[in-house]
Design a protein around this ligand. Structure first.
Ligand code: ATP
Length: 781
């Protein structure tokens, strides 16, 4: 089984070795002995048995050092196989390979370093776990650490000569982490909160202080500072300060302490004396960088093996390992419950709460955890069962996981790229607002604000690269064409195209958002009928619009069609109520150019395309099937045959809106007259609340269309009925073109010539003032 994404996408694999919490530190010191929990792969568990063996064999520290120094990526440390049923069997198969290390792990230097570290850790743990820790012991421990680190520095000088700054940095981090963990634990008893910065930020600062940009971490600083509110004991902590002084690690502010030294100094053979370690004091408004914030805070139950100071007995203390931090300090059980309820496996949820309740129950119910911590004591170990995944059952995340999640590549996808919350281009995807044949349409919001501080809301049509359709290639080809056409047209009543993002799995077309729904919705809602009422299968009707309102809408749509036909020389081929959307400003816009076509070669050329895409040699020129109102075009026979074959399969559109010539043709036509017919269907629906051609039995429906048999809407004005008649002419060549439609008396608002009542509704500006007059006038007809 491959590594879980949260681990496999670690930005810095070596970060694993900077884990600072005591569990993980112990695990790292027994680096052959930690494993992935099969129940939750984000957990790293320890094998105390193995820890013990390591210690017996004197490997404590050495393996960790070897791995820390290894330049191998983290993934290569895994066994690469499947996760067996028992977690304990899953161990990293990595054997430190001398050749891959920049240092000779058998050199005396290394031995010295290793055993020094080992001794220090052992001393630290045994003292701490005996519950007899005193200030004196703390001090001794600190000294011991200081000398260890100084020894480490000497060894690092050797490493520096190897010019391996990366390995050096990892080593530095690792050792500093180890020392901090113990020191911090020692001091956890003396104060409610202590925050030692071993975060990547601090590490970055240590590595390249000059290039460190404090801004993104301002929030972290603030948090860390606030966590340091209790600093009263800090200055009293002789061990702590001595440790820092003697180990060449210092603090400039009480709120930010960090350990380390600058590995960039390659020629310095002496232990470094000062280390860039202090984060800039926060002074600015925090800048959020939410994906890189987290907190590890947990309280230890009194008497717990991890609780090391006698002064802490009877109380609950916090151990805080500060990383890029958002702390949600709380001590009540309710918070713990909240934390538990958040126990999803989302690796990037950065807040981790470890409450005394959870730990005490966890520890109390499973001594193995305690023994794993004090694994060097063979007596307790032998009597203790191995750690199981249930040891962690009450914890939302292990500290190690929480820390690791901080290193997950910020760009790693957290959700599928076409799901709500995903970022595509400059937009964040939102809820689904519509469905098409091969698409879903979502709302999306811009990630940038405009000058007035507003965030743009747009719509995005998402088409999968693999739609699942057998003719997927064709679907993709049509999509290409839709984008080509749509991106080059611009009209107030055509839905504006904004951008396109093509990702491996999906194509995203961003366009203006129309919050008012489509025209079918609009009609249906008015009459409290379901949208189905307008489908050919149901003879029921919606309440018609007032003629003047219908005129406003129709004029906008017809104007857009006129623009397409006459200015752009394209045909829409799918004009219907569902493809006319209402913008929040009340205007109507045509959308869906999925079936749009160029009227002829010339038109195609204007869009930078060629209808003659086939390379076949010339043959007899032909015309496309006859259809009135233009749309003829020369075509070569071979090409046409191919084209016909292709087009037969992509013939689309809705039957209820189909023109007679389209029904007669076995391939989609590119003649504008068919659009005019469809436009007539829309007009009829607006005026009557029903479709002109509808029948549940399809052949009967086709018959109606072919013979242009529709019910004359006697309730409408003569001008409206006249217009409909001219739009529903069977022969395309007799049918009005869209320009004639636009110039019609009804569209012009010329209702009754004899009375000279003229109102101009063509601009879409309304004309509601004369509405009642017009209605009453109609009723007198
Ligand atoms: N810009 C938008 N604002 C609001 N809703 C939209 C927008 N674009 C599309 N929709 C909704 O999504 C539906 C489907 O969109 P569209 O017609 O563009 O997809 P399609 O895949 O081309 O559909 P079809 O299969 O019907 O051709 C529309 O009917 C409409 O309800």
């Amino acid at each position: 089984m491959p590594l879980p994404p949260s681990l496999s996408s670690l930005r810095n694999p070596k970060a694993l070795h900077s884990i600072t919490d005591p569990h993980a530190t112990t695990a790292l010191d027994n680096s052959d002995s930690y494993a992935s929990d099969p129940r939750d792969q984000h957990h790293i568990l320890m094998d105390p048995q193995r820890c013990h063996q390591d210690q017996e064999q004197g490997h404590l520290g050495r393996a960790a050092l070897a791995i820390a120094l290894s330049s191998e990526p983290y993934s290569s440390l895994t066994d690469g196989g499947h996760i067996p049923t028992g977690w304990a069997q899953r161990r990293w198969s990595h054997q430190p390979q001398e050749s891959s290390l920049k240092v000779d792990s058998s050199s005396s230097n290394m031995d010295k370093l290793s055993s020094s570290l080992e001794n220090t850790l052992t001393t630290s743990l045994s003292k701490n776990n005996s519950g007899n820790s005193t200030r004196e012991q703390e001090s001794r421990l600190s000294k011991s650490f200081a000398s260890t680190l100084s020894s480490v520095h000497e060894n690092f000088a050797h490493l520096q000569q190897e010019e391996d700054s990366t390995a050096l940095a990892a080593q530095t981090d690792r050792l500093c982490s180890a020392s901090q963990a113990t020191t911090t634990t020692t001091h956890a008893a003396a104060r409610p909160h202590i925050s030692i910065d071993t975060s990547p930020i601090a590490l970055q600062l240590r590595r390249s202080p000059a290039s460190f940009d404090p801004l993104p971490f301002a929030h972290h600083h603030r948090q860390a500072t606030s966590k340091y509110s209790s600093t009263d004991n800090l200055n009293n902590s002789s061990a702590f300060s001595r440790h820092h002084n003697r180990s060449s690690c210092s603090s400039n502010t009480p709120s930010q302490l960090s350990l380390g030294f600058n590995p960039g100094k390659k020629t310095n053979t002496n232990p470094p004396t000062s280390i860039p370690k202090v984060l800039p004091t926060p002074s600015t408004t925090p800048t959020t960088s939410p994906k890189r914030r987290m907190s590890l805070t947990w309280n230890l139950p009194p008497g717990h093996p991890k609780e090391i100071s006698p002064s802490s007995q009877g109380s609950s203390h916090a151990f805080s390992s500060a990383m890029p931090i958002i702390s949600t300090p709380s001590t009540d059980e309710q918070d713990h419950q909240t934390a538990k309820s958040n126990d999803s496996h989302t690796p990037n949820i950065p807040i981790n709460l470890y409450r005394s309740k959870s730990l005490s129950s966890s520890f109390a119910s499973d001594d193995s955890f305690a023994s794993s911590f004090s694994g060097h004591r063979s007596s307790s170990l032998s009597a203790t069962p191995i750690v199981t995944s249930s040891s962690y059952s009450s914890l939302p995340y292990s500290p190690a996981v929480a820390f690791l999640s901080n290193f997950v590549d910020a760009t790693a996808p957290k959700v599928s790229l076409d799901e709500e919350g995903a970022q595509v281009g400059d937009y964040l995807l939102g809820r689904v607002i519509g469905h098409g044949g091969f698409s879903i349409v979502r709302e999306a919001t811009s990630i940038q604000m405009d000058e007035s501080g507003r965030v743009d809301r747009v719509a995005v049509k998402i088409v999968k690269t693999q739609t699942g359709a057998t003719d997927n290639d064709r679907v993709q080809k049509m999509l290409r064409k839709e984008i080509t056409i749509w991106s080059q047209i611009s009209h107030p009543h055509v839905l504006p195209f904004l951008a396109v993002e093509e990702l491996p799995m999906d194509t995203f077309i961003f366009c203006e958002l129309c919050t008012g729904g489509h025209l079918l919705n609009y009609l249906s809602l008015r009459s409290d009928l379901l949208p189905q009422s307008m489908t050919p299968t149901t003879p029921r009707s919606a309440r018609p619009l007032e003629e003047d309102e219908a005129r406003v809408i129709f004029n906008q749509v017809a104007e857009a069609v006129r623009y397409l036909h006459e200015e752009k020389r394209i045909v829409h081929r799918d004009i219907k109520l569902e493809n006319i959307l209402r913008h929040e400003n009340g205007t109507w816009k045509i959308c869906d150019f999925g079936l749009a076509e160029y009227q002829d070669e010339e038109a195609a050329a204007c869009f930078g395309e060629s209808l003659m895409s086939l390379t076949e040699s010339a043959s007899t020129p032909l015309s496309s099937p006859k259809c009135g109102g233009g749309g003829t075009m020369p075509m070569k026979r071979g090409q046409e045959v191919e084209k016909m074959k292709e087009e037969e399969e992509i013939c689309g559109g809705s039957l209820a809106y189909s023109s007679p010539e389209q029904l007669r043709s076995h391939k989609p036509l590119r003649c504008p007259s068919s659009d005019v017919w469809s436009l007539g269907v829309v007009l009829y629906a607006l005026l009557t609340g029903r479709l002109p051609f509808q029948d549940e039995y399809e052949p009967r429906l086709q018959h109606q269309i072919l013979n242009s048999k529709y019910e004359d809407p006697v309730e409408c004005s003569t001008e409206a009925r006249d217009l409909l008649k001219n739009m529903f002419r069977s022969k395309p060549e007799d049918r009005w073109r869209v320009g004639q439609v636009k110039d019609s008396a009804w569209c012009e608002g010329i209702i009754d010539h004899s009375l000279g009542v003229v109102a101009d509704y063509s601009s879409g500006g309304g004309g509601g003032g004369s509405s009642s007059f017009l209605s009453s006038f109609r009723s007198t007809l």
